[in-house]
Ligand binder design. Sequence first.
Ligand SMILES: Cc1cc2nc3c(=O)[nH]c(=O)nc-3n(C[C@H](O)[C@H](O)[C@@H](O)COP(=O)(O)OP(=O)(O)OC[C@H]3O[C@@H](n4cnc5c(N)ncnc54)[C@H](O)[C@@H]3O)c2cc1C
Length: 270
Amino acid sequence: MQLIACIKQVPDTTQVKIDPVTNTLVREGIPFIMNPYDTHALEEALRFRDRYGFKVTAISMGPPNAEATLRKALALGADRVVLLSDRCFGGADTLATSHVLTAAIRKLNEEDEVALVLCGKQTIDGDTAQVGPGIATRLGCIQLTLVDKILDLDLASRRLRVSRKLEGRHEIVEAPFPAMLTVVRELNRPRYPTVPMRLAAAAAQVEVWTNEILQLDVNEIGLKGSPTWVSKIFSPERDQGEIIGDGLGDPEGTAQLLLDKLIAKDLLAV
Ligand SMILES: Cc1cc2nc3c(=O)[nH]c(=O)nc-3n(C[C@H](O)[C@H](O)[C@@H](O)COP(=O)(O)OP(=O)(O)OC[C@H]3O[C@@H](n4cnc5c(N)ncnc54)[C@H](O)[C@@H]3O)c2cc1C
């Protein structure tokens, strides 16, 4: 049996810029990272593997340079990585993305039964949190979202019990395999890659699957298969900060100035 970790390569958000003319992300010269939530999904898959002997396969749909992120997954311990990359996959919304990922998971399942698909809760660029549930719906399997703890996994009865982190409460849910899990940061602390694993990953061959392998209808993938259009993207304008007082040793006076400003702006109830 194998576990699939779905991994997206995303821009390092602390450095993301938006082109004010085209309203698109400026991608040139921006470092890319593994989506942070996906590091927790991969880590949990590796822990399952270490405990129960599953094989871990990490998959990513993205441009050719997403290979770097999959190498990181190898360095962390994934047994196999598959990059789903083809020009016709480009421009996909969440519907088309989950379609391609599901097709790859089905294909992997033909080789070795997939017990669990692990995704991050959401990405830090698209932020929709729709891809995981999209995969589960297409696979017709159980979906366990916002998982913050694996309480039990029983191979004999093929069931697992998890805790879901909801607003102000936790929910304990039990479900059979196969299932799709989306995970939150509290689930685990991801490991660091060792130097020998990094070296092995750098030399490893990354499998690339194009649509020649998946054989999907081109009208159902990429831009053509994407009913969602992002019409505008922009950075919210922020007010300039303001220095209150002269900083020359009159804390009470400065505090009063600050209070007066807050009251004038109706930000304090008095
Ligand atoms: C700024 C921005 C806004 C966007 N807004 C929308 C929108 O409103 N509607 C829309 O349909 N599309 C939108 N997209 C496109 C969308 O990001 C991608 O189409 C889609 O690839 C993934 O959606 P997501 O990033 O929101 O993923 P989420 O659904 O947030 O991702 C959840 C999890 O699914 C897995 N996953 C997601 N993408 C991949 C992948 N490519 N490979 C492997 N695993 C993956 C990961 O485990 C991830 O943690 C937007 C993209 C950007 C950059």
